[in-house]
Design a binder for this molecule. Structure first.
Ligand code: ADP
Length: 410
């Protein structure tokens, strides 16, 4: 391709992206298209987009052409002492031919990615006067970055900024609308209950039952609020996963102990079968605990009286799996595809068993954050098994490195 063909091809790509901007609201898809186009048009080795977290005064990688999701998720760049930070603070592009001799350069990212940065072109992403992030293109294939490259990146950065703004507005309105909708039922119940309490004619017994009702609904609001916040944070991609090696048996045993009271109340027996020689696993222990607690809670809630809950683990060269099996009511086949949707609850359990419909969505986000997957097997009236699969190689040393970087910038 000669120069003018290249330029023409470039403009074509820019127009395609502009069209996509109007038609898809999936932020990661759009941003991925933008960085892929940047690498092609600017003839560079890699490109990435970092989003700016104003409260934490740091940037985190959202997409990159050369990093997997696992590595991306934890990569943090401080506002002070980094080129990306300089771009945010000064709202100006940066074009350099040797990053290593630049005293703004933040070497930690390179230590984690093992991709040396030589030349770099970076541009702020600005929407409505606010800097929302930075797009960076590294290592021009031959020679230095040119003014033409800067022009291309400027157009691409404007597109990325619009994509981010659109997606954020959409996500917020969508999430908030759903949340408000979910708040209405408990609030209406509490309102009615309070009104009834004020009536002189109701008996002491009725009064107690109403107060109990208010208490239950308040508890539900409480768990709805904290689950909603957990999920919103996980979905925003800003939650850090701190990987450690730990003994799976001990962790699951702790969860079983926590849930024992609830199981006893419902006459449910719980068992744990993880062989002593099972290797230590690598994961964010607290978050995996949250997943297991959620699954045990469901296995108890949706069980039948005198039912069983069994937890079993399996190991393979690439991954480990955890099975949480119950002898409960089961899930209708047509409901299974919806289980991981926010606020979704199987109709039969609504009203009978307390819940928010957010537990499994949170589990899925955490499992996906580990690069894993979650599977549901169920037979109506017989029971349900939820299976987690988590890969072994999670680049632990990288994540440790990242947690340190994060504590430093806090
Ligand atoms: P909830 O707070 O309602 O339990 P979840 O997201 O954890 O929310 O689960 C969503 C729905 O999936 C539940 O409302 C229930 O209908 C169904 N479900 C989850 N786990 C089980 C299980 N072990 N057995 C039967 N149904 C289940």
């Amino acid at each position: 391709m000669n120069e003018s063909e290249k330029r023409l091809n470039g403009y074509r790509r820019l127009i395609e992206i502009a069209r996509d901007l109007a038609s898809t609201l999936d932020l990661d898809i759009l941003l991925n298209r933008i960085i892929t186009a940047s690498v092609d048009l600017i003839e560079a080795e890699a490109a990435s987009i970092l989003l700016y977290d104003e409260a934490a005064r740091q940037l985190h990688f959202q997409v990159a052409t050369n990093l997997d999701l696992q590595t991306l998720r934890g990569l943090i760049v401080p506002l002070e002492g980094s080129i990306a930070g300089w771009i945010v603070t000064n709202r100006k592009p940066v074009r350099i031919s040797n990053a290593h001799v630049d005293d703004r350069y933040f070497p930690k990212v390179e230590q984690i990615t093992h991709i040396p940065t030589e030349s770099m072109l970076g541009m702020p992403l600005i929407t409505k006067e606010k800097v929302v992030g930075v797009i960076e293109v590294i290592n021009k294939r031959s020679g230095d970055f040119t003014t033409q490259d800067e022009d291309f990146l400027q157009v691409l950065s404007a597109q990325a900024a619009v994509a981010i703004e659109n997606a954020r507005l959409f996500q917020q309105s969508d999430l908030i609308a759903e949340f408000v909708h979910e708040l209405r039922t408990p609030l209406a119940t509490i309102g009615t209950a309070a009104y009834l309490l004020l009536r002189p004619e109701i008996s002491q017994e009725q009064r107690e039952s109403i107060v109990q009702n208010i208490h239950n609904e308040t508890m539900r609001l409480n768990s709805l609020t904290s689950s909603f916040l957990d999920l919103a944070r996980l979905e925003s991609g800003r939650v850090q996963f701190h990987l450690v090696s730990f003994d799976l048996h001990t962790m699951v045993a702790e969860c079983i102990q926590t849930m024992q009271g609830k199981a006893d109340e419902n006459h449910i027996r719980m068992s744990l079968e993880i062989p002593a020689e099972f290797p230590e696993v690598e994961a964010d222990r607290d978050k995996m605990k949250q997943v297991v607690l959620n699954l045990l809670s469901n296995a108890i809630k949706y069980n039948s009286s005198n039912g069983l809950v069994e937890v079993v683990a399996a190991n393979s060269p690439d991954s480990w799996s955890l099975f949480v099996r119950d002898t409960g009511i089961g899930i209708p086949a047509k409901a299974i595809p919806h289980l991981f949707q926010k606020f979704y609850r199987v109709q039969a359990s609504e009203g009978k068993v307390a819940g928010t419909g957010l537990g499994l969505s949170i589990c899925k986000q955490i499992v996906m954050g580990h690069g894993g997957s979650i599977e549901v097997k169920s037979r109506l009236g017989k029971g349900t098994t939820i299976i987690l699969h988590i890969p072994h190689r999670l680049r632990k040393e990288n994540v440790r490195e990242i947690s340190l970087a994060q504590t430093e910038t806090r």
